[in-house]
Design a protein around this ligand. Structure first.
Ligand code: UDP
Ligand code: MG
Length: 340
């Protein structure tokens, strides 16, 4: 039986640990994730409890689920979880579906904590890496990128296109961490720096390396989706890829210029060739190729150029509006305000 003085000492020690340990906020965007939510919430609660027991994070640490306008039971599940203190769940309900990147930003800008970790709801990203991320944070890194060491569970198509995509971005001069999705740790000051970016064409993977704080990577193995279907069909994925290329680089514009020059030179060559054919042979329908082919070619190039220019114009148009990106519809918390 401990004497009162040791009990008091214990309390002091516990407070000291609590003061040192950072408040962690785990941010999880969810869109129609009722199949995986219970398991994800359960695993994250267990993980937080373990880290709290080990004195590595503050007991005020929470998981922040962002409901991105789900049409299924996701929000009611989040609300129910938030009523159970042991789950350490906070819920953010967006007023409508705004897409993964915006949901993520909404979570990051709303969640409390000295350090935030964003992770998908489907348990594809190994939660075990959170411990290593916190270690890296304690070691003085403001941003820790989760990097997939193996993509064995992704289809060959996804692997190939992803690999090619990262290379293209690299070539275009976009600073990007290879094989990093949106599983990452950010310190409070990195989050506050991110808040300063007013752009609405969001591609966080390209934006965050620009913050420039000390950063490192942690490798993990990507698993299969735990349950449910991918909320990222090919169309959405292509849109994100295009966003990444045109939001961070004007290279596509310059490539069009280069292409225009190349086509002009080729047309000149073709003109000379047609001239030669006319002079030295008696081939049928002279002039057909030299008229029709360039016509098609140049129309194509013009359309392509217009499309690219239009894309940038659209971006300027959207950015100048300064539209708010999201509205939080409702906010629930496990208990009273965990962090003042
Ligand atoms: N997501 C979202 N809003 C959307 C689409 C997806 O918040 O409009 C979330 C989704 O719930 C998941 C994460 O984004 O937590 C990644 O989606 P998913 O796992 O379906 O993508 P994949 O891993 O198949 O690329
Ligand atoms: Mg997934």
């Amino acid at each position: 039986m401990p004497s009162s003085s040791t009990a008091a000492a214990d309390t002091v020690a516990a407070t000291a640990v609590a003061r040192q340990a950072p408040v962690l906020g785990v941010v999880v965007p969810c869109y129609n994730e009722q199949e995986v939510f219970p398991e994800t919430a359960r695993r994250l609660a267990a993980l937080l409890q373990g880290l709290i027991d080990a004195g590595r994070i503050d007991p005020a640490s929470r998981t922040w689920f962002v409901d991105d306008g789900s049409r299924d039971q996701t929000w009611s599940l989040i609300e129910a979880a938030a009523e159970q203190p042991a789950m350490r769940v906070c819920g953010i309900k967006l007023s409508r579906n705004r897409g993964h990147q915006v949901a993520l930003l909404a979570g990051i800008l709303t969640a409390k904590g000295d350090v935030l970790i964003s992770v998908d709801a489907d348990l594809q990203d190994d939660l075990g890496a959170i411990s290593q991320m916190l270690e890296a944070f304690a070691g003085g890194h403001d941003i820790v990128y989760g990097v997939r060491s193996a993509r064995g569970t992704d289809s060959a198509f996804k692997r190939l296109t992803a690999e090619g995509y990262y290379r293209v971005l690299d070539r275009l001069g976009v600073e990007i961490v290879f094989n990093h999705a949106d599983y990452r740790l950010m310190s409070r000051r990195a989050v506050e720096a991110l808040r300063e970016y007013p752009e609405s064409n969001l591609f966080l993977r390209g934006l965050i390396p620009q913050l420039g704080f000390p950063s490192t990577t942690v490798a993990y193995e990507r698993a299969e989706r735990f349950a449910g279907e991918s909320k990222y069909p090919l169309g959405k994925m292509l849109a994100l890829a295009w966003q990444g290329m045109t939001s961070f680089s004007a290279a596509p514009l310059r490539m069009i210029t280069a292409l225009g020059m190349l086509v002009s030179v080729l047309s000149l060559g073709m003109g000379l060739w047609a001239f030669g054919v006319r002079l030295f042979t008696d081939a049928a329908l002279p002039g057909w190729a030299s008229i029709v082919i360039p016509l098609f070619l140049i129309s194509g190039v013009q359309l392509l150029s217009l499309g690219v220019i239009g894309e940038y114009l659209a971006k300027i148009f959207l950015e100048t509006k300064r539209r708010p990106l999201f509205f939080v519809d409702r906010l629930v918390r496990s208990d009273t305000d965990p962090v003042s």
